[in-house]
Structure formats: C-alpha cells, structure tokens
Design a protein around this ligand. Structure first.
Ligand code: SF4
Length: 329
C-alpha cells in the first residue's frame, strides 16, 4: 500500500549533514498496525515524515523512492510518488503529531480547527453540515460533543490528544501515522488513547503506523515491529516473534532493559551512546555497544536479511547458513 525503497533522508545543519535515515526500505501493509521503535534521535520520526511526504528544509530526501497505491474508489488504484503525497493528505494518509498543545491553534475553537483542516484539503458541505458530521463522529468515538466549543487550552492533555486522533481520522484515511501518540500522558490516559487508536484501526480496516520509544506500547498494539538504530532498520518482523526471539543484539538489549512486574532485579541498560549521524561509522553502527561484536563488524555493514519467514535482521551473527534474502520488509 505504501512502500519506501532505499530511502536516505538528511538534515542540512550549520554543523554539517545529519544522515537521519540511511538506505531504509519498508512496506506498510493493508490493515496492519506497524510499530517503529528505537532510542531518541534514531530517525524514526524522520522516517514517519518521509512516509507522509512531509519533506521540507532542512530535511531532504537524497536517495530512494516512495510509492503509494491510492484507491480511486472504483476498484482501481493510482500510483503516487513522494512529491504527490500532499494531494492525498487527510483522505488517504493522515498524521497525528506529538505535542498536541503546540499543534492545535490556541486562538480558535476545536470546531474551527476541524472546519479549517477539512476544508483546506477537501470539499465539504456547509459549516452547519460539517459540524453535524463532526459531532456524529465524536459521538461514535465516545468523545463529548461540547469539546467543539472549547479552545485547546481548556482541554486536558489527554482530551487534546483524543481530539487530534478524531481530526486525523475523520475522513477515514487508509493510513494513519502516529508520532509518539502517548508521550507525556499518564498511564490511564495512555491506555485510553491506545484503545481509541486500535478501535479506529479495527473499525476502518486501515493501516496504522505508530512511532514510539516505548516498547510496552508496541507490545500492546502492534502486529509488526521495526527497530531502528542510528538511522537504519536493524530488525523487523511480527511483534510476537521480535519479543520472543529477537535476532539483533540491540533489540535483545532493549527488551532485556524493560521492567517486569514482580521482578525486583536491577534492569541492565545499554552502555554507551549511539554514534553521531553527522559522521556515522562504517560497518555495523551498533558495533561500539555490541557485546557480541566481531572484527569484521567494524568494517562490513550487515544487510537487512530475512532470517526466518517475515522476520528480518541486519547482523553478521546470522551470516552463516542464512538462506534469507535482502529486500523490502
Ligand atoms: Fe553486533 Fe556485529 Fe551484529 Fe553489529 S553485526 S549487532 S556488531 S554482532
């Protein structure tokens, strides 16, 4: 439905070129919840921007292609590239950004935010008609209709985030991208937002891509999980397989560091820090922190290879006897 092939996306800064996403290939499949996890600065939010086709200075896509298969409504599909994505924002693909407070316009009501957003990209009926449709949709999502009369600052953080989810999904897009949708919310509110997102995905039968540094979020809701490290996808596969049998030492270390209910033992972090993306090292980018590093890891970059059905990893530990194939995961 949406495929990236060999995408590299860089930020041009005063300090140099930050290689935020490097040679990443990825497919968003129909009717799936795909998670993207990794530490801050690993490139996951940049990857989401590229999927959305929101590429503006200082970000630029320097290599690779995006291919979106957009339904025409008569059973046929048209193929769009990266630059054409803004034409299908809201209807085919929508984006739930992080930090609802800074995204919503503070000086207009929620009703006006809906009206502005929807009419900016797509023709609708009168304002009264739109208000009725939005009110019906809010009721469907079990949100109070009187939020339409409120200004963003009058709502709690959780309610603002729910409003963003409603806004982004009102036109029933085929793909919803959510960037850290539960960051800075308490656990109970987080659970409510995740429930809302998964319900919308299930009822619309669309695809949801969730970026979060929180592996607990991915464990709860995603079908497939991609792990990013220093601008690259180092592992991707069905979520239960990734958690049960991580194939990359970085994924294994992330999972090992998770707290577990009832376990009083000290959790181990991952020593060291990711490399600078201004000048990433050659070979495997995790080599400086990897407990299983081998001499050739620092010289030869491991490709992302299918190690078991639908489960890919980029690590030389799997070189021997791998019958897998590189490709778009
Ligand atoms: Fe560790 Fe080598 Fe695998 Fe990189 S390629 S994760 S350094 S074993």
């Amino acid at each position: 439905m949406l495929t990236l092939e060999n995408i590299s996306a860089h930020y041009t800064t005063r300090r140099g070129v930050v290689q935020a996403v490097d040679n990443v290939s990825l497919t968003v499949r129909e009717n799936e919840i795909l998670g993207i996890a990794g530490e801050s600065g690993c490139g996951k939010s940049t990857l989401l921007k590229v999927l959305y086709g929101y590429v503006a200075r200082p970000l630029s896509v320097v290599a690779g292609t995006l291919r979106a298969e957009v339904p025409n409504g008569n059973g046929s599909r048209r193929i769009l590239g990266l630059k054409e994505m803004p034409k299908v924002w809201w209807q085919f693909i929508s984006y739930i950004p992080q930090a609802s407070q800074s995204v919503l316009n503070p000086v207009i009501t929620i009703e006006s935010q809906f009206f502005d957003a929807i009419t900016r990209f797509h023709q609708t009926g009168s304002r009264a008609q739109t208000r009725r449709q939005v009110a019906d949709y809010l009721r469907q999502l079990e949100l109070p209709v009187d939020v339409l009369n409120a200004y963003p600052h009058q709502l709690s953080g959780g309610m603002r985030q729910r409003v963003l989810v409603a806004l982004a999904t009102f036109l029933h897009p085929r793909i919803i991208l959510a960037d850290e949708p539960t960051t800075a919310l308490d656990v109970v509110v987080q659970r409510g937002i995740l429930r809302m997102l998964t319900r919308v995905q299930r009822e619309m039968g669309n695809s949801l891509v969730v970026v979060s540094h929180d592996l607990g979020v991915h464990y709860q809701i995603t079908h497939r999980l991609a792990i990013m490290y220093a601008g690259k996808i180092v592992e991707i596969g069905p979520t239960e397989k990734v958690f049960a049998r991580p194939l990359h030492p970085y994924t294994a270390a992330l999972i090992k560091s998770l707290p577990r209910i009832g376990d009083q033992s000290q959790r181990e972090g991952i020593a060291g820090a990711p490399p600078s993306l201004l000048n990433p090292p050659k070979g495997c980018r995790f080599a400086a922190r990897c407990s299983q590093v081998m001499a050739h890891c620092r010289e030869i970059e491991p490709p992302l290879v299918e190690i078991e059905p639908d489960h890919f990893a980029a690590c030389h530990l799997h070189d021997a006897g791998v019958a897998g194939k590189a490709g778009v995961a």
